[in-house]
Design a binder for this molecule. Structure first.
Ligand SMILES: Nc1ncnc2c1ncn2[C@@H]1O[C@H](COP(=O)(O)OP(=O)(O)O)[C@@H](O)[C@H]1O
Ligand SMILES: [Mg+2]
Length: 551
């Protein structure tokens, strides 16, 4: 469990929390013990002086219980938050290494829930399971030993009843809850579907006079869900009943076992009060365990989901000792390159050879699905070659750190993401310290400057979620401006004109070829028109390079 392992500081804090918890629980139990002793001893009317120690002890235990409980909460929550922070960072690091090639295995909404809710519930494992159980085990063992000194048979009963409360109760409740959960999940889905249909299809339902039937369907789904949920409450009820039964049995059994011992003189009457009342205090500590332990199946499922992300294999192997970045000129050579997405699957690219001397611009054309984006991913070092190699300025890119390669090779991706912020911020993403002049120049070359200057808010204009306030052409030009601003020596443009109409596509192609003049450029496209300005057109067919056409 590499990602969920604890660091030294967290272990220290958790140990401290357990210690504080043990003292708090011990004090709570000792409070009952001394109170029981005090009350029964007082009934014998001894000289008051003989009771003072017990009176002071009761006060001390009462204070200690609260103070140490507070300390336990403080330290354990601090530790849990620390564990949480480390785990989130580990998960994000992993995602960074996986993106983009290793992520299609997960759906994005699902990935968000893995990162937020599931990581949260792993911290719960420490806070709600490991800590309380450890604390209870130590405090319980101490109490059983103490009772064993007075009446061994009662200690045995107490031990068994504590095990029942800690393990049997949550197990029985868990079984009931699992059965109910199996019925609840599909019913919750039915209710969601029925409600959504009502909301989205409202106009049609009313127009066709079907609203009543729709409402009835939602109502029936709601009732079915409520029924299933009340059954799941049965699980919690069972746990509460078993816990109470265990505590009650321990008290009664201590009494039944203790009375004969008092009669035979083996146990004093005052000690009997202690033997009978102590199980109540011990069970108060153990009573909190069952409700938390019922969460265990959910917590384990969450842990498994986080592990699945952490253990996803790397799409690229970073070199153990990365070479320093090569120096310009960055001639790009692709030699016998094959690549595949699925380690056991077929090659998507098969034996590709291509040389692009620095400053040359090559268009790679081919229909959808032949592997054009795959080639871009290999060049950006998001995917390892399965055979052959790619060199950049003479250096094999697999000997370089991925980030180093990506400071030299820039990608204007197919469907590049536009962030929900201002135009200016979307551009500065490429280069934090860009000056106004550099930004204007990038915008001019991308053919956006006139438009931006015509906007009332200029660069401070918000683009909206996923850039909805931009037209398709403007969004592509913004992505182009972004890579131009970043000033990469080698540019890979993946389908920059996708989803655009013919005329806009041709205009954008002209503009981007003008903007990339003199820069090593691979223009990947399925369109063959408007490519007069490139130095070479290469056709990719079914993973192979076919027919190299010189312009
Ligand atoms: N991230 C990915 N994971 C798995 N397979 C992929 C991935 N991207 C592309 N492929 C597969 O690789 C093949 C080539 O796809 P791609 O390189 O996107 O083609 P193009 O860009 O030419 O349309 C397709 O069969 C596609 O299913
Ligand atoms: Mg593609």
């Amino acid at each position: 469990m590499s990602g969920t392992r604890l660091d030294r500081a967290a272990i220290k804090q958790l140990t401290l929390a357990v210690a504080a918890g043990v003292v708090a629980s011990g004090a709570a139990i000792a409070l009952t013990v001394t109170s029981a002793w005090l009350i029964s001893r007082a009934s014998q009317r001894p000289p008051v002086l003989t009771l003072t120690v017990a009176v002071v002890a009761v006060q001390a235990f009462a204070l200690a219980r609260s103070v140490f409980r507070y300390l336990e909460r403080l330290v354990s929550h601090d530790a849990a938050l620390r564990v949480l922070a480390t785990m989130r960072v580990t998960a994000y690091r992993r995602l960074e290494r996986l993106a983009p090639a290793g992520l299609p295995a997960f759906r994005s909404g699902d990935l968000v829930s893995r990162l937020v809710a599931d990581v949260d519930s792993i911290a719960d494992r420490w806070l709600r399971i490991v800590l309380p159980y450890t604390t209870a085990a130590v405090a319980g063992a101490g109490t059983v030993c103490f009772i064993a000194l007075l009446l061994p048979s009662a200690a045995l009963v107490l031990a068994v009843s504590l095990v029942v409360a800690a393990l049997v109760a949550p197990w029985a409740a868990g079984r009931a809850a699992r059965q109910a959960e199996r019925r609840i999940a599909p019913r919750r889905g039915e209710l969601a579907v029925a409600s959504l249909d009502l909301l989205q299809g409202c106009a049609e339902l009313v127009a066709f006079g079907a609203a009543e039937a729709g409402l009835e369907r939602a109502d029936a789904a709601d009732r079915a869900l409520a029924q299933a949920e009340s059954r799941s409450a049965l699980g919690r009820g069972i746990a509460a009943a078993v816990t109470a039964l265990a505590a009650g049995t321990a008290v009664w059994a201590s009494l039944v076992l203790g009375v004969p011992s008092v009669r035979s003189g083996a146990l004093s009457g005052v000690a009997l009060a202690v033997v009978v009342l102590t199980p109540l205090a011990a069970h108060e500590v153990f009573g909190a365990l069952a409700p938390a332990a019922q969460q265990l199946p959910r917590i384990n499922a969450s842990a498994a989901r986080v592990q699945a992300v952490l253990q996803q294999p790397d799409p690229v192997r970073e070199p153990a000792a990365p070479q320093p970045a090569p120096s310009p000129p960055y001639d790009l050579r692709i030699e016998g390159l094959s690549a595949r997405w699925d380690p056991g699957g077929p090659d998507v690219l098969r034996g590709i050879d291509l040389t692009v001397p620095a400053g040359r611009r090559v268009a790679i054309v081919g229909p959808s699905g032949v592997g054009k984006t795959t080639l871009a991913m290999v060049l950006l070092r998001f995917l390892d070659p399965s055979a052959g190699r790619v060199t950049l300025g003479g250096a094999d890119i697999t000997t370089l750190d991925g980030d180093t390669v990506r400071t030299i090779v820039g990608l204007c991706a197919q469907d590049a993401h536009v962030f929900d912020t201002t135009l200016g911020e979307n551009l500065r993403l490429a280069r934090r310290e860009a000056t106004e002049e550099q930004i204007r120049s990038a915008l001019r070359r991308a053919g956006l400057l006139d438009w931006v200057e015509g906007l009332p808010a200029g660069l401070d204009t918000d683009v909206g979620d996923f850039g909805v306030r931009l037209s398709g052409g403007q969004r592509q030009r913004l992505s182009l401006a972004r890579v131009l601003l970043a000033d990469f020596p080698v540019l890979v443009l993946d389908e920059p004109t996708e989803h655009l109409d013919e005329q806009t596509a041709d205009e954008l192609t002209q503009d981007l070829l003008a903007a990339t003049e003199g820069r090593t450029t691979l223009l990947i496209t399925h369109r063959t028109s408007g490519l007069q300005q490139v130095d070479e057109i290469v056709r990719l067919e079914a993973g192979r390079l076919a027919g190299v056409q010189r312009v």
